[in-house]
Each structure stands twice: as C-alpha cells, then as structure tokens.
Ligand binder design. Structure first.
Ligand code: AHG
Ligand code: MN
Ligand code: MN
Length: 297
C-alpha cells in the first residue's frame, strides 16, 4: 500500500475542519448575496461564506500553490510553484446551494491537480466531496483508492477539533445498478438523450435531488447513473469541468465506474477556461457505454 500524499491529506484535513463551521452557518445564510458568480449564477450568502472559509483554510496548507473557486473569476495564488511540488486545488464551496432554501442535501467538491489550472482531469492526484446530509460525510479518492469518512466535531469546547472516521476504506460501485438522476428539463434534452432516458426510466428508480453531490452519492451507494446532459440550448450542459465534473469523474472512475462528456472520459477533456462547462454522465460502465452509443447514433 502506497503512503498517503502528505499534501493531499493536509488538504482534506483542512476541508474536513471547515465542514462543521459551514454546516452551522447555513441556517442564517439562505438569502441571496446580491452578486453573481463567474458562471452568471446568483450567489447565496452560504456560497460566499463557504468560499471565504475554504479559501482561508486552503491558503494555509503548505504545498497548495493556488486555488480556483466557483465563486471567483481567477485562480488565487497562495505561494508555491504549481506542478513543481505544489498542487492547484479547485473547489465548489457549496454545491447544490439552491437546496439551501428547501433544506435538502448540499456539499463541497474538491479537486487536487498537479498542474496549473485550467488543466485536464488526467492531472488530478486526488478528489473528494463533503456531503451535508443527515450526517456529514466525506468521500476521498486518491492513488490508494476511494474511502468514505464520517466528519464530526470532537468535543464541544471553545475550539473543538474535527475527527475523520473512515467508515468504508474501499468504496466500489455496486455491480447491479439501481438508481438514476438526470438534470435539466425533458423538453430541453436532445432527442438521443431523451430516448436513452426513456430506456433507463424503465429499468432504474429515479433519485434526483438537485445537488450533484447528493445525486452522485446515490449512484456511489446504490449503483446506477447520474447525468447533467447537454441541453438543446446549452450544448455544454450546466456543470463546470474544473471543480464539479473532473473531481466527480475521478472519484467514480477510481471506484470502477465510468464517466463521459458524451463521447469519452471527462478526464480527457482539455479545458480553455477555469469555468468551462461540460455535459457530465457518470456511473456503472455499461450504462455509460450505452449512453455513448445512444448519442453516437
Ligand atoms: P451549484 O449550486 O454549485 O451551482 O451547483 C448546482 C448544480 C448541481 O449541484 C446540480 O446537479 C445542478 O446544479 C442542479 O441543476 P438544476 O437546478 O437545473 O436541476
Ligand atoms: Mn455545484
Ligand atoms: Mn456551488
């Protein structure tokens, strides 16, 4: 078994340390901040708070050279030459933030790249997501495999720490797919995707909650397929490559699953910009293969 990468471990320690504070801050931050992010989306107070907390935590990690956030137009240089010993970290501070008002699952997504951003997913050395569900969990994938951890405060003094307890040290995708979740509206799906969706709807159970991390965690747990596909009027779909699609693709492929932008692995997509969007499909390999065949007809 290879030794853990100390910088990767320090990044996930920092992300885990912010999780209870982000979770505790959510009740009071369900309102709009009055600003838009680089993707042109309304930013909630919760998005801003998570971004600021994570920026501070990641900036303090030795070995993180720069970070990119959904909420910031440019990469933030925090010292250290990326690609020459330092890593670049891409974060979605609060994924599924529209679920804040409806009190449904949300999370934080992290990609750790060994190259300046924007970069191909092939330069990822690790990726993970925090899921704010009934309990706070963190899924972490690196060269050693994929693990699920429960993240809890340890104690309730003035400055309680956080414990990361591994509850599954070898997450693999169930062979038998059970669930699916497809984003966007049916009338906006291209015909080929709609036909694929019709087949899947007759085979699997619908699990779509409007937050990628929650919906992907359904697939990670029960097997199946998640997609936010290309739409007729948005051929690049909705999800961003650097801090949503690439990290999720890295995690699912590390568990024995597959990812696709519609024609090949998400990890092979060469980005132009930090906030490039890409159609995302992840899950059991046979379901992703069927998707690519359906789109290729
Ligand atoms: P974010 O809140 O970080 O912008 O991400 C929201 C994304 C993703 O979490 C989810 O899959 C998708 O938006 C949901 O989009 P719809 O509301 O169109 O279903
Ligand atoms: Mn998101
Ligand atoms: Mn977000």
């Amino acid at each position: 078994m290879t030794d853990p990468d100390p910088i990767v471990e320090a990044v996930f320690d920092a992300v885990a340390a912010t999780a209870p504070e982000i979770r505790d801050a959510l009740p009071g931050r369900r309102v709009e901040s009055g600003t838009e992010n680089p993707s042109g989306e309304t930013v909630l107070a919760g998005d801003m708070y998570a971004d600021e907390l994570l920026a501070e935590a990641l900036g303090a990690v030795d070995g993180v050279g720069s970070f990119v956030s959904e909420e910031r137009p440019e990469a933030v240089d925090v010292g250290g030459a990326v690609g020459e010993g330092a890593y670049a970290v891409a974060i979605d501070p609060l994924d599924g933030s529209s679920n804040l008002r409806s009190n449904n699952a949300m999370g934080t997504v992290v990609g750790i790249y060994d190259a300046p951003l924007p970069a191909s997913g092939r330069t990822l050395v690790a990726a993970g997501y925090v899921l704010y569900g009934p309990i706070t969990t963190m899924v972490v994938a690196d060269e050693r495999g994929v693990r699920e951890e429960v993240v809890e405060r340890d104690g309730d003094g003035d400055d309680p720490g956080v414990t990361r307890s591994v509850v599954d040290d070898d997450l693999t995708l169930p062979d038998q797919p059970t669930v699916y979740g497809f984003g966007g509206r049916v009338p906006d799906w291209p015909d080929a995707f709609r036909e694929y969706a019709r087949e899947i709807e007759n085979e699997l159970k619908l699990r779509y909650g409007g937050a990628m991390v929650g919906d992907v965690n359904q697939v990670v747990t029960y097997g199946g397929v998640f997609a936010y596909p290309a739409l007729v009027d948005a051929p690049d779909g909705k999800l961003r490559l650097s801090f949503e699609a690439n990290p999720i693709a890295y995690i699912v492929e590390s568990m024995g699953g597959a990812s696709s932008d519609g024609s090949g692995s998400i990890l092979d997509v060469e980005p132009d910009g930090l906030h490039d969007r890409v159609p995302l499909h992840v899950g059991n390999e046979e379901l992703v293969d069927r998707l690519e065949s359906a789109l290729d007809e």
